[in-house]
Design a protein around this ligand. Structure first.
Ligand SMILES: [Zn+2]
Length: 442
C-alpha cells in the first residue's frame, strides 16, 4: 500500500537536512519511496492513499537508546522506609525491589504502558534494559510480544547481575539472543548487564563470551554513581571502564550507559574501542549522581546517544533537559544548542544502525517509514538554518498527532490504533496493589 503524508512541513533531517513547506512523504509498505513537494508527489503517486498533514510538521520517528519499561508500576508508589539518601540506597530500596516483585502479567503491562507512551510521543525505536528476577524465564518474549503488538522497534536485553543469585538472568539473555539472531529490523537483542559493581568476573566472562559468539554488544550501566567507580578500584585495582574493557565488554556494538564518573583515561579507552555512550540527563538529575562530561566525550569523537533511563518516553523533553543541564553545569549560555539535538537526532540513529542494521532518523527515499507527525504552526519562519531553534523552544511542547512505524499508522488524530490504552491502564491499576504488597514484603 502506498500512502502520501502530504501538505505538512517536512523536516527530513539526515545528512542533507531539508525543510519542505507543503511537502509530502510517500511510503510504500515499510519504506519511504519519495520525499518532496506535495503537488509534485500527487502527480507522481496519484493512486496513493492521501493523509492530510496541514498544520503539522512531519519528522522521522524519535529514538530512545536507553529505557527501562519494567519501572512502570513504581509510578505513584510509596517507598517503604526512610527516603533513600544516595544512589545505592535508591537501588536497594526501590529498583531492586520493583524488579523482584514483578510477575508475568506485570511484565507485559509494564511494557505495554510505556509503549503506548512511546507512540503518543512519536518514539518509534527503543533500546530497553529489562529486569524481573522473580520471573526472568521468558520475560523477554513477553516484552517482545508487547513491542510487536504496539508496532514499534525495540532492542531488548535482560539485566544480568549477581545480586540475587550468581549469574542471574544469563540463561534468559542467552536464549533470547539466540532466538532473535540477526533480527528482523523490528526486534534486536543485546547482552544486558546491570553494572560492574553487581557482576563478578566469572559472570562477566560468561556474558561477554555469549555476546561475542553471537556478535552482539553489551548494554551496561557504567559509573552512574561514584560507588561503581570506587567498587571497581577497590576490587579490581582499576576504574570501571578499564575493568569492562579488560573483560571484553567494550566495542562498537556495546552501549556504556551514563559514564558520569569516568576519568580521561577511561574516555580515551571508550574512544579507542569505538564503544557508544548513552547520556540520560533527566535520570542523572533525579538520582543526583552528577553530570556526565558530555563535551569531553564528544571532543574525542565518542558516539554519545540520548536515553530516558525509564523516566519518560518523550525524547524531545529529554533533549531539552540535556540542553539546559549542560548550559547550567558549564555556566555557559553558548553551549549545548547543537550538541543536545545531535545526540537525539543523529547519534541515536547511528547507534541504532549498529543494533538493527538499518538507518533510521531520516526522511529520504529508501529509508524506513517511521514518522512522528506533530501539530505545529511556526510563529516565525522555519527553515534548515533555524530548525534547531524551533526544535528546542517550540516542538518540545508540540503534541504528536500521528505516529507511523514500519509504514503502519499506530496513532492517528491522537488515537492509539495498535493498542487499547484504556483497558491496559485499567488492568495495570488492578494489578499494581498486589505488586506493591509483594514489594513491601521484600
Ligand atoms: Zn538505566
Amino acid at each position: 500500500m502506498t500512502t502520501r503524508f502530504e501538505n505538512g512541513i517536512v523536516a527530513t533531517l539526515g545528512p542533507t537536512s531539508r525543510v519542505i513547506w507543503n511537502g509530502s512523504v510517500v511510503t510504500e509498505g515499510e519504506t519511504i519511496v519519495a520525499v518532496g513537494d506535495a503537488a509534485e508527489m500527487k502527480m507522481r503517486f496519484p493512486n496513493a492513499e492521501a493523509l492530510d498533514c496541514s498544520g503539522k510538521i512531519v519528522l522521522p520517528g524519535f529514538i530512545c537508546t536507553h529505557h527501562h519499561f519494567y519501572s512502570t508500576m513504581a509510578r505513584g508508589m510509596a517507598i517503604p522506609g526512610e527516603p533513600a539518601a544516595n544512589f545505592v540506597e535508591i537501588l536497594e530500596r526501590l529498583w531492586w525491589k520493583v524488579d523482584r516483585a514483578l510477575q508475568e502479567e506485570d511484565i507485559t503491562l509494564s511494557a505495554q504502558i510505556p509503549l503506548i507512551e512511546c507512540i503518543r510521543n512519536g518514539t518509534t525505536t527503543v533500546i530497553d534494559h529489562h529486569a524481573s528476577p522473580g520471573a526472568s524465564d521468558g520475560s523477554l518474549d513477553l516484552i517482545e510480544g508487547a513491542v510487536r503488538q504496539a508496532g514499534i522497534r525495540a532492542s531488548l536485553c535482560y539485566e544480568v547481575s549477581d545480586r540475587n543469585v550468581m549469574g542471574g538472568g544469563v540463561a534468559e539473555n542467552e536464549r533470547f539472543i539466540k532466538k532473535v539472531g540477526k533480527g528482523d529490523g523490528q526486534i534486536a537483542a543485546m547482552m544486558g548487564l546491570h553494572a560492574s559493581f553487581t557482576i563478578s568476573d566469572e559472570t562477566l566472562e560468561k556474558c561477554v563470551g555469549i555476546a561475542q559468539d553471537a556478535g552482539v554488544g553489551c548494554h551496561v550501566h557504567v559509573a552512574e554513581d561514584l560507588a561503581d567507580r570506587e567498587d571497581s578500584l577497590q576490587k579490581y585495582g582499576m576504574p570501571t571502564v578499564h575493568r569492562l574493557d579488560k573483560m571484553g565488554a567494550s566495542g562498537p556494538k556495546s552501549l556504556f550507559i551514563h559514564c558520569v564518573h569516568i576519568d580521561e583515561s577511561e574516555m580515551d579507552l571508550i574512544a579507542a574501542t569505538k564503544t557508544s555512550v548513552v547520556h540520560n540527563p533527566e535520570s542523572n538529575m533525579n538520582n543526583a549522581v552528577g553530570v556526565t562530561r558530555l563535551f569531553d566525550l564528544l571532543q574525542r569523537n565518542i558516539l554519545v546517544g540520548l536515553g530516558s533511563d525509564g523516566m519518560s518516553s518523550d525524547m524531545l523533553s529529554q533533549m531539552r533537559c540535556a540542553y539546559l543541564l549542560h548550559r547550567l553545569a558549564n555556566h555557559d549560555p553558548r553551549v549545548a544548542f547543537l550538541e543536545a539535538p545531535k545526540l537525539l537526532l543523529e547519534n541515536n540513529a547511528e547507534i541504532c544502525e549498529r543494533q538493527f542494521g538499518i538507518r533510521l532518523g531520516e526522511l529520504a527515499e529508501g529509508r524506513p517509514a517511521d514518522l512522528a507527525i506533530m501539530d505545529y504552526q511556526p510563529p516565525t519562519a522555519l527553515n534548515e538554518g533555524n530548525f534547531l531553534g524551533h526544535l528546542i523552544f517550540g516542538l518540545v511542547d508540540a503534541t504528536v498527532d500521528t505516529t507511523v512505524c514500519k509504514g503502519k499508522i499506530l496513532m492517528q488524530g491522537k488515537k492509539i490504533l495498535s493498542m487499547d490504552e484504556e483497558r491496559t491502564a485499567a488492568r495495570s491499576r488492578e494489578l499494581a496493589p498486589q505488586m506493591w504488597q509483594r514489594l513491601a514484603a521484600l
